[in-house]
Design a protein around this ligand. Sequence first.
Ligand SMILES: Cc1cc2nc3c(=O)[nH]c(=O)nc-3n(C[C@H](O)[C@H](O)[C@H](O)COP(=O)(O)OP(=O)(O)OC[C@H]3O[C@@H](n4cnc5c(N)ncnc54)[C@H](O)[C@@H]3O)c2cc1C
Length: 416
Amino acid sequence: MTEVSAQAGATKTDILVAGAGSTGLAAALAFSRAGMKVALVGRIPPPLPGRTVALFEASIRFLDALGALDRVRALGCPIEAIRMIDDTDQLFPVPELTLRASEIDLPALGVNISNDELVGVLLDLVRARPEIELIEAEIADYELNSATAAAMLADGRRIEADFLVAADGRNSRARAVAGIDVREWTYPQVALTAMLRHEFPHDNMSTEWHTRSGPFTLVPLPPRENAPHRSSLVWLMSVADARRRLSKPRDELEFEIEDYAKSEFGTMQIEGEPGQFRMGGMQVSKHATGRMALVGETCHVFPPIGAQGLNLSLRDVADLEDCLASVDLRNERELSRALARYDRHRHADIGFRTNGVDVLNRSLIIPYLPVDLFRGASFLAVAALGPLRRAVIREGVLPHLVLPRLMRKPARAHAG
Ligand SMILES: Cc1cc2nc3c(=O)[nH]c(=O)nc-3n(C[C@H](O)[C@H](O)[C@H](O)COP(=O)(O)OP(=O)(O)OC[C@H]3O[C@@H](n4cnc5c(N)ncnc54)[C@H](O)[C@@H]3O)c2cc1C
């Protein structure tokens, strides 16, 4: 457990994790399992309407290492294939593309689970670990210097640590105090999200229609009592369309969703409330400095295309744990070498994903013939060439660029 330091009223620990979203919870678990004392400080996330996360093979392996996989598998639905359909009415027809787990000898590409359930699983594990002190509080400010990283809580408490893992989201106060620059931009889009019940089975396949307003994606969910066929929806559209659709009577919105899915899954029924999320992007000038590192949405934001966001955040965490594994946190030279390595890795991985998502998104919403031709040719090549298709699938679910050690060992086969 953390101890009370010489400074009056201050708690001293090895690692301070700021922010208790999925990324912060995973970071606390990873560092505690590596034998460190962790203080996890943050507000417990409120429920997110209609939101799920698709987590792919590398994240599945990481969740296994954290002891979370059995429950995630029990609550989620396997994604065995991803089908992509061009629905832009462009001049030259683009072939339909299906990427299957079996092509790279995996039983599934990943698991789709509701955001709230994932947070619940990670929170239960955090609460069960004596090395983690979970402090449900607001951080008012930070004090960062060459010897220590400290958080001042809104209730007056002070937490000191050898190292700060900033997981306090896109408006990170920790990042601002450290003076790390950000580049932000917006897209003229909103993601409408919902959990759906439908008539016909999804066969554990995720289906994406690429429309002129962005992807319309149905991701498989597990059955529930009286609801054998369920999926989550992530639908990118203009701000005006989102406003219009969300003010419609529920049955009309359901009918429009059925129509966008070409009635392939039959009639649609929305469970609970739909959600809406404004689309933007963000990159940072560096991913670590002094005695702190950024993970999750503190250092990357982009639209939910290809379900990369939290997968990337979990790679941040696993990579940071890797980089700091054999470092004496009090030795400044060792620490700065390890953080330079972390920054190099994250720069490459995050840059690649952010740019990839940006190019695909813009290629859909900007109707420009040469861009359409390029997108069409890329789909054609991936559909026709097995080795290229397998490389694309692998890069999406088990990236080779930087694969931290906690993501290298195949997960145990499903017990059930
Ligand atoms: C519509 C949509 C669909 C998505 N689908 C997928 C998907 O299928 N797969 C995927 O991998 N990713 C997906 N993502 C991305 C993924 O949801 C995010 O990357 C992820 O939720 C970010 O988690 P985080 O913990 O980094 O940030 P957050 O969830 O924002 O957590 C930050 C936490 O820090 C806390 N905090 C902030 N400031 C303070 C403070 N001063 N004191 C205390 N606490 C503080 C906040 O309260 C919050 O709990 C999707 C995103 C969207 C918008």
